[in-house]
Design a protein around this ligand. Structure first.
Ligand SMILES: Nc1ncnc2c1ncn2[C@@H]1O[C@H](COP(=O)(O)OP(=O)(O)OP(=O)(O)O)[C@@H](O)[C@H]1O
Length: 245
């Protein structure tokens, strides 16, 4: 695809929940690109549309109007089954709750998406991601034998196992203490800098956002600004001008 440096591109994305008097417009014509091989954070006041943005960009929900492109694929053209397969094969997800299966070992949790897809893991790739997330010594443990940070690293490895074009992370450090959260954020940043992964993260936390290459700010359902090379102080200052957090 010539000149395509976006991993995801949104054009005029609008999302309205409900109808009539109870309709809520969560996104109002959002147009932006999430660049390939970059770590992008998405911030904005509570209710500004961050989760809706993530859900639409990741094919978890459909916009009311506008288009979302993953690489060269227009998501709105896909039927439900194709969209499910696209999410499984081309997108990785990390959520605040780690969503691990308690009865499975770390290794089986990591490879679960592949087994759902009827595929087996490439041994070299598996070794690489297990090494990158630092879980080599813990593969036979169960999730309840791990710390919160370790559990989130299992979730990161699981998100990477299908070699996704984009990893979407929704408040990935929301349940972690500051030090452990910083470790997970450093891991995400290294996946981008050293392995060329594309990562998009929604967060409330200016310190977390400052681990990204750039921060996209949303306010009242609109994309207002991109801040390159963010620092916690500059992100926090910008947030105060956008209203309530
Ligand atoms: N399923 C839904 N049905 C109706 N309204 C919704 C739904 N999901 C979100 N909204 C509304 O859409 C707007 C944007 O919500 P969204 O969750 O995307 O914002 P957010 O920036 O992620 O908020 P927060 O930071 O509080 O998580 C809000 O007004 C919210 O109440």
């Amino acid at each position: 695809m010539v000149g395509q440096d976006h991993a995801v591109r949104l054009a005029g994305v609008t999302k309205v929940y409900g109808a009539g008097d109870s309709a809520v417009t969560a996104l109002r014509g959002v147009s932006l690109e999430l660049r390939r091989g970059r770590f992008t954070a998405v911030m904005g006041p509570s209710g500004s549309g961050k989760s809706t943005f993530l859900h639409c960009a990741a094919g978890l929900d459909r916009p009311t109007s506008g288009s979302v492109l993953l690489g060269g694929t227009e998501l709105s053209g896909l039927k439900e089954k194709a969209l499910t397969e696209l999410r499984r094969d081309r997108i990785g997800f990390v959520f605040q709750a780690y969503n691990l299966v308690p009865s499975l070992t770390v290794l089986d949790n990591i490879t679960l998406p592949l087994r759902f897809a009827g595929r087996t893991a490439d041994a070299a790739w598996l070794r690489e991601i297990v090494g990158r997330v630092g879980l080599d010594q813990h593969l036979k443990r169960r999730p309840n034998q791990l710390s919160g940070g370790q559990q989130q690293r299992v979730a990161v490895a699981r998100a990477l196992v299908s070699r996704p074009e984009v990893v979407f992370a929704d408040e990935p450090t929301g349940a972690l203490d500051m030090r452990t959260g910083a470790e997970v954020l450093t891991l995400l940043r290294r996946l981008v800098d050293e392995a060329g992964q594309t990562v998009v993260m929604v967060t409330h936390d200016p310190v977390a956002a400052a681990h990204a290459h750039s921060v996209l700010f949303l306010a009242d359902g609109r994309f207002v600004e991109e801040m390159p090379s963010p620092t916690p102080e500059r992100v926090a200052a910008r947030m105060t001008t956008l209203g309530e957090w």
